[in-house]
Design a protein around this ligand. Structure first.
Ligand code: SF4
Length: 266
């Protein structure tokens, strides 16, 4: 059958074997326009306020499509929501989750059931009803690349109505408190360099120091430091190497000083 909602499965370093689910229209819809985005630039119509919502319920074919793929991958590790932009912009996100939970229950798995995972860029988490939805996912991968407003504007280029970075960090602290104990939060931090003399990348000490302090407050289960792996939206940014990733992990560990927070690079 033609595929409308799913991608992969792909082998992901951070998630294992993962089936991607897109809950957004077939064009990019996001509250950010990150310089490193691998989907490309967010165009004028696709860059929306965190208050913006689309009502896009799953059609009957979503269940059929999921079953048709998942019966072939009984060893799947993750059913992962979040492609084509920011998935929390879809008012019907939980309708997709309910179907995925139901399909997962009915199928046989060769190891443990795949996790129900959500990617979010964290820009909508200051809304109570969005955190209420997000916390229902078993594994939440929340973006936080920056902890200063200058870096936020340069790196993520948020919609003008986006909350400032302190409010984003506060909402992550709230989310962590509100999540059920058996659900897990990972902070995903993409760190990059720049070829442009007048563009300061987020790989700068002030940002990394503030990030460490933000992570200490959020107390996520995991922090995943990674870098650009595909063609970025802007030509002037490029990946940091593994040596730098390892230095950043050590640096953030020193600031955070919490053995319950696992910090790794990918
Ligand atoms: S938040 Fe994600 S989808 Fe949106 S611009 Fe940034 S990298 Fe791309």
């Amino acid at each position: 059958m033609p595929r409308e909602y799913t991608y992969g499965p792909f082998q992901s370093r951070r998630l294992g074997l993962s089936l991607g689910i897109n809950v957004l229209p077939n064009y990019k819809l996001c509250t950010f326009n990150c310089v490193y985005c691998e989907i490309g630039i967010t165009d004028k119509d696709g860059l929306v306020s965190p208050e913006f919502r689309v009502k896009l319920p799953p059609s009957a074919s979503f269940r059929k499509e999921l079953i048709s793929i998942l019966t072939h991958v009984p060893h799947l590790d993750s059913i992962t929501f979040g492609y084509n932009g920011e998935p929390t912009l879809n008012e019907n996100l939980l309708d997709f989750l309910k179907i995925a939970i139901d399909v997962r229950k009915k199928l046989n798995w060769t190891k443990q059931k795949p996790k129900l995972t959500l990617f979010t860029n964290s820009s909508t988490l200051h809304f109570d009803e969005i955190r209420e939805r997000v916390k229902q996912f078993e594994f939440v991968l929340a973006k936080l690349d920056v902890a200063t407003n200058e870096d936020f504007k340069r790196s993520n280029r948020p919609h003008i109505n986006s909350p400032d970075i302190e409010a984003v960090i506060d909402s992550l602290v709230k989310l962590r408190h509100e999540m059920p104990e058996n659900h897990e939060l990972a902070i995903q931090t993409l760190v990059f360099n720049s070829y442009k003399d007048d563009f300061i990348p987020n790989n700068n000490l002030k940002n990394l120091n503030k990030l460490g302090h933000a992570i200490k407050r959020i107390k996520p289960n995991f922090v995943q430091i990674y870098s650009i792996a595909r063609i970025p939206a802007e030509y002037f940014v490029y990946a940091i190497d593994d040596k730098r990733k390892s230095e950043i992990v050590n640096y953030i560990e020193e600031v955070v000083q919490d053995n319950d927070v696992q910090i790794n690079f990918y």
